[in-house]
Design a protein around this ligand. Structure first.
Ligand code: NAD
Length: 476
């Protein structure tokens, strides 16, 4: 049984002052596997103070020293990759391949950030001025449960590269991942206070971070709803705010694409992480003329998907993270039916043979109109909506007719045509004939999917602020 009752403050694991306890359950079995005692505002204040004490030294560190810190963090997290993977599987049922990818990414992001830092010019001349990129100050890093390790490590990498000490608040719904990652980060041996980690409620610890005058910057990943609360809470102290938010991504299959080759990838884009991914491509745009054939491919592919024990390498889809997630998905499946969408795979309830655990049936709707709730709202489960279109312009218009704009996917056999469509899609990232991201390139959303970018040089710049120094030529 896990018992997590410490926060990481000023370089040490210390008992939290908060007293609220939550049970941690394995979503594949619904069995309790431990408890977590949440930190409170007093703990957050201590963590913020520790980060502020560390800030001047970190801000004054050289590029070489920061690269060395990133190298130490990379090595420490790499050494715990398997533990991070196992915690991801145990805590929210991430299937093995995805959990492995996420835990590899947790160490890789330190390496990609170190590379960006190596090549970065902190000082440049513009006209008669020298412009210096300075650390913005102490940062609050607030992470979701569905990408805990990756989100924590990627934000921390950018903050350290820029010279910002941080207070990290992982989701209270991801305590195992947070604990294992924090133990790894501690092993890196960074100076005390450079980063501090505490698990607490959003409206308590999260709010303390968002409103504290001693936090200069918030880097948040989570839902659009919470992002707005944080942006509002931060404005009184004029915080710099980066928000990586929800999505409802479109996958555009052009009429020249080889359906047999691309639809498995499109399904993967929709159902990755059991459908609990911000970048899930949950609106599948298929030409009307190919829709019947596409449905047959999708039905066959879904029928071949194994739902079950997330530790089994043969499993494609594990359980959803919680009962709340399970019920949310059931609600949307009922909503799709009520609004007239055609169920072509899956449906309500658990898959046959799985009586326990928050397992849902991978579900595909066809005949979906883009105005239906299942096409407009983020479901956060393995539910795909196939939407028909006439020509490329209509596909672009449907893809762009969304409140969100995080990621989009285009599949085609003609590179120039695919790139023409990609250039017209309103999304922070467009992946063409692939679903694997480029980790050195900026990642973030347009519209309701967020403000600002993460990863690589753009991620680091989100923690920097330019200062202009223009001196007269003569001091006489
Ligand atoms: P959430 O918004 O419920 O919570 C995210 C974090 O915010 C948690 O740590 C939570 O405790 C904290 N929080 C909640 N209320 C707060 C408040 N008032 N002040 C400060 N902090 C507060 O999101 P979630 O359910 O953990 O994650 C799923 C959502 O995150 C989905 O919408 C998904 O699309 C999105 N997401 C986006 C990205 C991206 O990069 N764009 C990546 C992963 C997840």
């Amino acid at each position: 049984m896990w018992s997590i009752d410490r926060a990481y403050i000023d370089g040490a694991f210390v008992p939290v002052q908060g007293s609220e306890r939550l049970e941690i359950a394995n979503p594949a079995t619904e069995q309790t596997i431990g408890t977590v005692t949440l930190a409170n505002r007093e703990d957050a204040k201590r963590a913020i103070a520790a980060a502020n004490r560390a800030q001047p030294v970190l801000a004054a560190s050289t590029k070489a020293q920061r690269i060395e810190m990133l190298r130490q963090l990379e090595a420490a997290v790499l050494a715990r990759t398997d533990q991070i993977r196992d915690a991801t599987i145990e805590e929210y049922g991430g299937p093995l391949a995805r959990a492995q990818w996420v835990s590899n990414y947790a160490s890789q992001c330190f390496a990609t950030t170190a590379q960006a830092l190596r090549d970065y010019a902190f000082e440049r001349r513009l006209g008669e001025a020298t412009v210096v990129m300075e650390p913005v100050g102490v940062a609050g890093l607030i992470a979701p449960w569905n990408a805990a390790a990756g989100s924590i490590c990627s934000k921390l990498a950018s903050a350290v590269a820029a010279g910002c000490a941080s207070v990290i608040k992982p989701s209270e719904l991801g305590p195992l991942q947070a604990q294992v990652v924090t133990e790894a980060l501690h092993d890196a041996g960074l100076p005390a206070g450079v980063f501090n980690v505490l698990l607490g409620r959003g409206n308590d610890v999260g709010d303390e971070i968002s409103t504290s005058p001693d936090i200069a910057k918030i880097s948040f990943t989570g839902s659009t709803q919470t992002g707005k609360l944080i942006a509002r809470a931060g404005v009184d102290t004029m915080k710099r705010v980066s928000l990586a938010l929800s999505g409802k991504s479109a996958t555009v299959v052009l009429d020249d694409a080889d359906l047999a080759a691309v639809l498995p990838m499109a399904l993967n884009a929709a159902f990755m992480n059991n459908g609990q991914a911000c970048v899930a491509g949950t609106r599948l745009l298929v030409p009307h003329v190919h829709m019947a054939e596409a449905i047959e491919h999708l039905q066959a592919a879904v029928a071949a998907m194994r739902v079950g024990d997330p530790r089994d390498p043969a499993t494609a889809i594990g359980p959803l993270a919680s009962k709340a997630q399970f019920e949310r998905v059931q609600h949307f499946i009922r909503r799709g039916l009520a609004q007239g969408a055609m169920l072509v795979a899956g449906g309500e309830g658990r898959p046959n043979g799985l009586g326990r655990g928050w397992f849902v049936q991978p579900t595909v709707f066809a005949g979906v109109h883009n105005h239906m709730d299942i096409a407009r709202q983020e479901i956060f489960g393995p539910v795909l909506s196939a939407i028909g279109y006439g020509d490329d312009d209509e596909a672009i218009a449907i893809a762009n007719d969304s409140a969100y704009g995080l990621q989009a996917y285009v599949f085609s056999s003609q590179p120039e045509r695919a790139l023409r469509v990609a250039s017209q899609l309103r999304a922070g990232t467009v992946l063409v004939n692939r679903i694997v991201p480029e980790l050195s390139a900026p990642f973030g959303g347009v519209k309701q999917s967020g403000i600002g970018r993460e990863f690589g040089v753009f991620g680091m710049e989100a923690f920097l602020e330019p200062k202009t120094i223009a001196a007269a030529n003569n001091f006489a």
